[in-house]
Design a protein around this ligand. Structure first.
Ligand SMILES: [Zn+2]
Length: 504
């Protein structure tokens, strides 16, 4: 009997699978047990053919493959390679002691080539956490897998060389992760924007504090144009963030050999016709949705009121918990969704309400229905709400005066550093300051407190709205480099909330 470690993907997480092979002196036949689904049961045929094609002998007796733990349904073709190694070890072609501390990942082609798998990084992280110090992965996944800290990653092209590596110690190429690019993030620059100074400022505050932002305005006033500039306003991904994002993209099958690692902040802009599974994650086996593909990046929801009601209600939960749990009969997957949300909405179904250039054709009932599509509790979670007007010709005609993205990014990065220092690892951005820590973090001046108190009475702000206003004010103070949050910061924060509270 032999034992080899492999791993299977559940959502965006890997789980270590122990592959045990027993060879008994009965009629030739291969069984795979341990809740393997069709893709894994087919593994028997692939492994047999690949071993034969590699000039090795598949045992001519009864082979039983057991996959543990037995309660998890396994659907990964990436278990081919550990199964093949376990068969060869059980047949005496690989000394079992040479398999200690090694994890194997890879699908086998019939001719013995090792094929890339989905989620290689997640699988390798699981193997590392289980005590493996070396992993053998498909060459096509080597750069992605090499991102896993604390692991020796070896790249395999075919089963024959893996067998020689394991049996005789013949070296396989050592994989190293490509370096992060030093260039500026791609995408359009904020410096090209004419006018919209108020919206640009709101963008900066949103990015500095991780606050959700809602842009309202007629079609063509520049909502999408501004949203596309948000990724370049955020500091570059740090190593741990890049690791998390790459793990998710790998599990979603969205990495390629040309781009094995995600170094740039993602920008996702799903259409409003997206299904709940497409937006939130789901399917069988569950795959991450757009909100998780936007993890540590930007999620832009254009025409927010047009999204599926179920998606909008789930979004509220996502903004609170920064992840989503997809429940299934046997198991549930947690997909991370720590994202910068930017949403856009027209003022009415036709889009032209309040416009000077065209007439709105919507009746009052249609406008009210449209407004109701975004529930109060969801609207409440947009800390910043901006009403955008078309840019005047005089501004379009004048030279651009907006600061470049690089300049804003530096200020945002500085404000985020201040927040992180204060947080001491308890939260990441000001939008996430827990209620219990809020007063100490905000350190509002008496002035600021009095101003907020008056606003609560005048506008009928809820306690939650007041707390959210304080978080935005803290961010504004961080951008200014102030240790305490003053009246001016609270006044500016209230300016982004006024319309939300009045429900307009
Ligand atoms: Zn209208």
């Amino acid at each position: 009997m032999s034992r080899v470690l492999g791993a299977a993907l559940f959502g965006v997480d890997g789980t270590v699978v122990e592959v045990e092979v027993r060879i008994s002196s009965q009629l030739p036949r291969t069984d795979i047990v341990g809740l393997a689904d069709a893709a894994v049961r087919e593994s028997a045929a692939r492994v047999r053919a690949a071993i034969g094609s590699s000039g090795l002998a598949f045992p001519d007796r009864r082979v039983t493959v057991n996959l543990a733990p037995a309660h998890l349904r396994k659907s990964d073709p990436g278990l081919d390679l550990p199964i093949a190694a376990a068969v060869l070890a059980a047949a005496g072609q690989i000394p079992p002691e040479r398999l200690a501390g090694i994890g194997l990942v890879g699908e086998l082609a019939l001719d013995g080539r090792v094929r890339s798998v989905r989620g290689a990084l997640a699988l390798c992280l699981a193997l590392r956490d289980a005590g493996c110090t070396r992993v053998v992965v498909p060459a096509g996944n080597a750069a992605e897998a090499a991102l896993a800290p604390g692991l020796e990653v070896r790249a395999a092209l075919d089963l024959a060389s893996v067998a020689r590596h394991l049996a005789e110690g013949e070296p396989l190429p050592l994989a190293t992760p490509p370096a992060a690019p030093a260039s500026d993030p791609p995408g359009p620059d904020l410096g090209d924007v004419r006018g919209q100074a108020f919206a640009r400022r709101a963008l900066e505050v949103a990015c500095a504090g991780g606050h959700a932002l809602l842009l309202r305005g007629a079609p063509g006033c520049g909502k999408t144009m501004l949203a596309r500039r948000v990724p370049a306003l955020l500091p570059p991904l740090d190593f741990d963030e890049a690791l998390e994002v790459t793990r998710i993209y790998g599990a979603a099958g969205r990495l390629s050999e040309a781009e094995p690692i995600v170094w740039q902040r993602p920008f996702r802009a799903p259409h409003h016709t997206a299904s709940p599974a497409g937006l939130l994650g789901g399917g069988s086996p569950p795959r991450p949705g757009e909100i998780s593909l936007a993890h540590h990046g930007v999620l832009f929801l254009d025409e927010l009121p047009e999204f599926d009601r179920r998606c909008l209600e789930a979004l509220r939960q996502v903004l609170e918990e920064r992840c989503i749990v997809i429940a299934r009969a046997r198991t549930s997957c947690t997909f991370p969704a720590q994202l910068q949300l930017v949403a856009a909405a027209n003022p009415c179904p036709c889009g032209w309400r309040g416009s000077a250039s065209r007439d709105c054709r919507c009746d009052d009932a249609a406008i009210a229905r449209y407004a109701r599509r975004i529930s109060g509790p969801l609207l409440d979670r947009f800390d910043l709400q901006v009403e955008m007007q078309p840019v005047a010709w005089s501004e379009l005609d004048a030279p651009a005066t907006a600061p470049a993205s690089r300049e804003v990014r530096a200020r945002v990065g500085e404000a985020r550093r201040r927040a992180a220092q204060r947080a001491g690892g308890r939260y990441r951005t000001n939008a996430e300051i827990p209620d219990a820590l809020l007063d100490a973090a905000v350190a509002a001046t008496p002035d600021a407190r009095a101003l907020l108190g008056r606003a609560v009475e005048r506008l009928g702000l809820s306690a939650r709205a007041a707390r959210r206003t304080l978080r935005v004010a803290r961010t504004i103070a961080d951008l200014a480099g102030d240790a305490r949050t003053g009246g001016e910061a609270v006044a500016e924060a209230l300016g982004y909330r006024d319309r939300i509270t009045r429900g307009e």
